[in-house]
Design a protein around this ligand. Sequence first.
Ligand SMILES: Nc1ncnc2c1ncn2[C@@H]1O[C@H](COP(=O)(O)OP(=O)(O)OP(=O)(O)O)[C@@H](O)[C@H]1O
Ligand SMILES: [Mg+2]
Length: 263
Amino acid sequence: MSEAPLIEYRGVARQFTSRRGTVMACEGVDLTVHRGEFLAIVGPSGCGKSTLLNMAAGLLKPSTGRVFYHGAPVPEPNTLVGYMTQRDTLLPWRTVEDNVAIALELRGQRKTERHRHAHDWIKRVGLSGFETAYPAQLSGGMRRRVSMARTLAYEPETILMDEPFGALDAQLRLVMHDELLKLWAATGTTMVFVTHDLTEAITLADRVAVFSARPGRIRAIETVDLPRPRDVFRIRFDPRFGELHDRLWRYLEESVRGDIMVG
Ligand SMILES: Nc1ncnc2c1ncn2[C@@H]1O[C@H](COP(=O)(O)OP(=O)(O)OP(=O)(O)O)[C@@H](O)[C@H]1O
Ligand SMILES: [Mg+2]
């Protein structure tokens, strides 16, 4: 196929200058995200993972190199992507249903229609009954689920997720993995998913990119050739899962050890 890749990072570096000096977040990043794929990004804290997502969302420009979306420079902002940011961006003065419905409102959907739509997503993330609650009345994990419902309700072409399930307990995390994979399979959405958790990355993704410590560079990209649909509860016991986990763990360990030595 000669189709342009959906997202393409070419020779990307990004530095930040503050009163404390200059920090090179990532460097020399060449990465292609194909249409419809599920790509996971793992790497030590501070290696530029959120920075890379911000660039695909059109919120940040590279210092060096270029980022393309559908073969053209990323629009600012990129309205074709839904972005579940690492930090909670729920509006405290809006109820759960009104937070989830924000994007639908901007899209001009009528009130009854967007409420029906929002309620459907609230149910899918397991929060039925909390439609009229305010974010301050929810636990951290519940707030993450509201953010997820809001991102998914928008039904974007591409979804960027930055450590979306970090605050959830292990069982709920698996339930959310299952939901996310079903949704992804049903819609053909392209997913770029940042996580610290290698098991989560392998369970979900078609490919896993491991980044080095700051400045983040791609250390390895492995294809996860485990069949789909995947049983998120059992897949970690597949011997091929174990092999892949060991291999990726070695790269990650080197990255993390490097990070500790650098300080
Ligand atoms: N707006 C900013 N101004 C100054 N420095 C920044 C800014 N954004 C990021 N940085 C720095 O760039 C580096 C990479 O940050 P980034 O948030 O991309 O890392 P990360 O890989 O997402 O880390 P984590 O896993 O902890 O979320 C860090 O050293 C951070 O301090
Ligand atoms: Mg981050």
